[in-house]
Write a new protein. Structure first.
Length: 191
């Protein structure tokens, strides 16, 4: 919708709102300080709406300015996770909608005593532990990450991540099949 089309809708919307509330032009004029003739011309489209006119009208009707101009409602910002995927005894919730490229997952790693089986494949992975503890084996390194810690690695290096055997872990995983690197900017830990 063009700006002119949006502005053309304001007058009829103002008239409907005023009539729905059973307010006369004279009463609206008194509460806004805008003359009856200006309000009438605004409602009929003979006067272009301006912020100086719309703000007092919005206040008088106790509605948001967006309602007067018919601003589109903002889309719901929540990411609706796809159905969970069960793989390797873990539950993966995809957080990205488009196929290919960088992918984000929330992963629940259940408590288990499984032995690491190192794998390699194309890509780059970044893991962040939200709760619990996660064991990460990367070539000769065997480390445990606690909540709030992250790891990143090239997946062509033999790797495995899983339970420490102490309880479940909830993690965020960002994976780039073409080897995209994730960059995290954080202050170094004081210690």
């Amino acid at each position: 919708m063009t700006t002119d089309e949006v502005l053309a809708e304001v007058g009829p919307r103002l008239r409907r709102l005023r009539k729905d509330r059973e307010v006369t032009l004279a009463a609206l004029s008194e509460s806004t300080g805008i003359s009856v003739s200006t309000l009438s011309r605004l409602e009929s489209g003979l006067r272009k709406p301006s912020l100086e006119l719309l703000l007092p009208i919005a206040q008088a009707h106790q509605v948001p300015l967006d309602e007067l101009v018919g601003a589109p409602k903002a889309d719901d910002p929540r990411v609706r996770a796809a159905k969970p995927i069960e793989r390797y005894g873990r539950t993966f919730w995809p957080l990205t909608r488009q196929p290919g490229g960088l992918q984000a997952f929330k992963v629940l790693v259940p408590q288990s005593d499984e032995e690491p089986v190192l794998r390699t494949h194309e890509g780059y992975e970044w893991l962040y532990v939200m709760s619990g503890r996660l064991r990460v084996v990367l070539a000769d390194h065997d480390v445990v990450l606690a909540a709030g810690e992250a790891a990143e690695f090239d997946t062509r290096v033999p790797h495995w991540f899983g339970s420490t055997g102490e309880g479940p872990a909830e993690i965020l995983s960002l994976f780039g099949p073409q080897g995209e690197r994730m960059h995290v900017r954080a202050r170094p830990r004081q210690g």
